[in-house]
Structure formats: structure tokens, C-alpha cells
Design a protein around this ligand. Structure first.
Ligand SMILES: [Zn+2]
Length: 470
């Protein structure tokens, strides 16, 4: 399984899904660039989320807030004081590690006497455990851990002093809270209602790892759902189920590879009453792809206190003011994208096309769902040394290309071209052959069933549209 991740990383780079960032300068740890196919896939994931969360729901609206806020936002939210991870540094090689991860790994291997559960925010508890652990890189002694704030700092204007210090947002959620009043005043919404946002967030992770799973720059898709206190638990449970449904029914993820994991009391963030993660079974183990949290009225009350602005809600029915509770489904685009790639990666030994069978090659098929596939349709001439076939193929390509993400390919044998299309998960391949010239029809091959059908060119676009629906 671990090997699969290496193969997926290699394919992702080779075929243009994901590149290490700044690669010509040796890269930059924890940052990635999305290539042509990664960009399409990412857009399809975001579009599906936006449709499901915003367009399909009357009571949910969208937002696109700034990345840099007034720094007081992060004091109010608790991020300046609490958004930390414990860092341990080696006295000998000076490598830095997540102290809580070191403790957890050692505890899982049974090398510590301590029981598995401990409080990752309790630095003293971690410090006691760290005394018994050596540097995993060189075996050297570790310094006592200290809390490290994960927010990226920057400065506003020409003077770099504490007055001008600001942060890149470590979550998109606060952009929603600080616009809650604007939206309430301009949008005629009544509780329960939601504000959804997709955007970049930045965390200065001590140890980015597992490819794009834990990176320093990433995209979040978050929705804050404002509810009447007392209705929060019911709506929290609703959103946990509703969000899981999106992964299976809309993204087509395998039910067996998803699970809901409620947080223990020790794990809960400082603002949360309850939280459940939706986890995906990655090659490196179960990992969170979404968290659904009951943030209570913590954020609105804090912003009310720090800003001095009244953020209460007036209920027309009961004629009362109250501060809404907030249910937050929050997920990471890159983590979902990685889960999609891992779920799609399929090796077929001995091949399945004429060419790969003859060569007894291992063939890779990315079985990415039709809605998410970065390229929907590939168009090939059967051979490229017949000008009439090439010309006809170009006409077919021009006919369908405006409707879907589409590729034209005439390089190499037809078998090679099928194989290349399979490797990036193209669901439908259209081949123009000699019969096409006489009958004006083409062959459409389905990636998953391998079924081939002859379709009249005039019916082709509608046929492809229909096939891509399900
Ligand atoms: Zn060391």
C-alpha cells in the first residue's frame, strides 16, 4: 500500500497532475503546484462542493473574503495564543519534529509506559514523554518541547514592526465570521442559514508530510451554518451524515474507505463542543479529509467582545435576541484530491489493450469518476499517416471540444494512445477510422466496461453528454 503512494506521486508528476513547487530551484517543502490535469480535477471537486452546498440550498450563500485580515481577528479567535503545535528540536542535528507525533508514534509502538491517550495541548505532559525519546534521525538528545505558532507572519506597509505585523489566514472560517453581520444586513436570511467559502489557507507546519496531505499552503472548503442554540446538536448530526453522503454519492468514493470518527474530549479544539472527522483510508493509513465541528457561539461572542460590534441575531418569531451557534463542515481540497487519486489508482497486470497484452505490460487505469475526471473525452485518428483520417478527426475534435475538457492525440500507435488516456482516467475515447469516412460514424470506447459502440457523428455530442452524466 505504501508503495502505491510512491507510484501515485510519480504518476501525478509525470502526467501533469501535481508538481513540487519551485522545482527548478530544488523545490520548497510543503508547497505544491497543480499541473493542467490537477487543475481540472481540483476545479471539478470545488464545483461539486459549491453546487451541493450553495446552489442546491436556498439558505446557503457564498463568500470570498481576503486572505489577510486585521490582526485583531486572530486575537479574538484565539489563534494568536492557541494555534500551536509542540515542537522538539534535536541538540545534535538540529532537525525539528512535531513532539506530539513523536510521542504518539512511540506510544503506538509500545515503547512508552504511558497509556495512548494524552493531551496534545499539555506541553508538560509531552515534555515528560519526550525525555525518554531520542532523535529519530540521528539518535541524539531532544531539547524540551516548546509551543510553536503555525500562523505565517507578514508585515503591512513599509515598516516591519509589531504594529504592522499581520498573518496569512490559517483557516477561511474567520473570514465568514467577520462578514456575518454584512451578510445578515444585506441578504434577508433567517436562522438556520449558512455562509460558504472556498479559498487558500496557510499553516507553517513543522513537518509537512504524506505528499499533499499535510502541506503549508492549501485550499479549504468551509461552511458556517448559523443555528438557534438548542437546535445545534440535531443540526450537527444532520451535517455529519449529509457530508458523508457527498463523498459516496456525489464523488463516488468507496464506502469501505470512509469512516466517521468522533473526537475524544482531549482532542477537541478550544472552541468546539463536539467534532467528528470524516476519514479516508489512504495508503499511509486513515486520515482526516473533513471535520464537522459544533463551534457553539464561541467565535461570534469573541468577535463581539473584541470588536465592540453587536453580533446578536434578532428572532422575528420569538422577538428575542440571541447569538447563534455555528455548525462547521470544513474540508481540504488537496486531501480530497489525494483521496480521489488513491481510490482511482488501478493496476492491471498483463495489460488489457492489444498493445499492452502483446507486450505483457502492467497497465495503469485511473478510475476517476466521470464527474471528476480531468479530461472527459479523447479523440484519436486510427492512424496518422492518412491525411483524410487526420482531417476528419480534427473535425470531430472541434465539434465536441467546447462541451467538455477534451484531448486530441495522434502520437504513437492507437494502443499506446488508449493506454495514455487510461492512465489519466479519460472515461470516453472516440476513434475515427476508415469506416468513418464512408458512414460518418465513430467508435466510442468506455474506459471502465471496455465496451465499444458505433455512434453517428451528428449524435456524438449528445451521446457523450449522456454517458458522462452517470
Ligand atoms: Zn538529531
Amino acid at each position: 500500500m505504501e508503495d502505491n503512494l510512491e507510484k501515485i506521486i510519480s504518476l501525478a508528476k509525470r502526467r501533469g497532475f501535481i508538481y513540487p513547487s519551485s522545482e527548478i530551484y530544488g523545490g520548497l517543502a510543503g508547497f505544491y503546484d497543480f499541473g493542467p490535469l490537477g487543475t481540472e480535477l481540483e476545479r471539478n471537486i470545488k464545483d461539486s462542493w459549491w453546487k451541493n452546498m450553495v446552489w442546491d440550498r436556498e439558505e446557503v450563500v457564498g463568500l470570498d473574503s481576503a486572505v489577510v485580515f486585521n490582526p485583531k481577528v486572530w486575537q479574538a479567535s484565539g489563534h494568536v495564543d492557541n494555534f500551536t503545535d509542540p515542537l522538539a528540536e534535536c541538540k545534535a542535528c538540529h532537525k525539528r519534529f512535531r513532539a506530539d507525533h513523536l510521542v504518539k508514534d512511540q506510544a503506538e509502538e509500545g515503547k512508552l509506559d504511558e497509556h495512548g491517550a494524552y493531551d496534545p495541548d499539555d506541553i508538560d505532559e509531552i515534555a515528560r514523554a519526550i525525555e525518554k525519546i531520542n532523535c529519530p534521525e540521528c539518535g541524539g538528545e531532544l531539547m524540551p518541547p516548546r509551543q510553536f505558532n503555525l500562523m505565517f507572519k507578514t508585515f503591512i506597509g513599509p515598516v516591519e514592526d509589531t504594529e504592522a505585523r499581520a498573518f496569512l489566514r490559517p483557516e477561511t472560517a474567520q473570514g465568514i465570521f467577520i462578514n456575518y453581520k454584512n451578510i445578515l444586513d444585506t441578504q434577508r436570511l433567517k436562522v438556520p442559514f449558512g455562509i460558504a467559502q472556498i479559498g487558500k489557507a496557510f499553516r507553517n507546519e513543522i513537518t509537512p508530510r504524506n505528499f499533499i496531505f499535510r502541506s503549508r499552503e492549501f485550499q479549504q472548503m468551509e461552511m458556517e451554518y448559523f443555528v438557534k442554540p438548542g437546535e445545534d446538536e440535531k443540526l450537527f448530526n444532520f451535517w455529519v451524515q449529509e457530508r458523508k453522503r457527498w463523498y459516496t454519492e456525489e464523488l463516488g468514493m468507496d464506502e469501505d474507505k470512509l469512516r466517521i470518527r468522533p473526537h475524544t474530549k482531549e482532542e477537541l479544539a478550544h472552541y468546539a463542543k463536539s467534532c467528528s472527522d470524516i476519514e479516508y483510508k489512504f495508503p499511509f493509513g486513515w486520515g482526516e479529509i473533513e471535520g464537522i465541528a459544533n463551534r457553539t457561539d464561541f467565535d461570534l461572542k469573541k468577535h463581539q467582545e473584541f470588536s465592540g460590534t453587536d453580533l446578536r441575531y434578532f428572532d422575528d418569531v420569538s422577538k428575542e435576541y440571541f447569538t447563534p451557534f455555528v455548525i462547521e463542515p470544513s474540508c481540504g481540497v488537496e486531501r480530497i484530491l489525494l483521496a480521489v487519486l488513491c481510490g482511482a489508482y488501478t493496476e492491471i497486470s498483463g495489460g488489457r489493450t492489444e498493445t499492452t497484452k502483446a507486450a505483457k505490460e502492467l497497465e495503469v487505469v485511473m478510475k476517476i469518476g466521470r464527474k471528476l475526471a480531468p479530461v472527459k473525452v479523447a479523440v484519436f485518428p486510427l492512424v496518422r499517416n492518412k491525411p483524410q483520417l487526420v482531417e476528419k478527426s480534427r473535425q470531430v475534435y472541434e465539434l465536441v471540444k467546447g462541451n467538455f475538457a477534451c484531448q486530441y492525440d495522434e502520437t504513437g500507435s492507437i494502443g499506446r494512445r488508449y493506454r495514455r488516456a487510461d492512465e489519466i482516467g479519460v472515461p470516453l475515447a472516440v476513434t475515427v477510422d476508415f469506416e468513418t469516412l464512408e458512414q460518418d460514424d465513430v467508435t466510442v470506447r468506455d474506459r471502465d466496461s471496455m465496451k465499444q459502440e458505433r455512434i453517428k457523428i451528428e449524435e456524438l455530442t449528445n451521446f457523450l453528454k449522456e454517458k458522462l452524466q452517470n
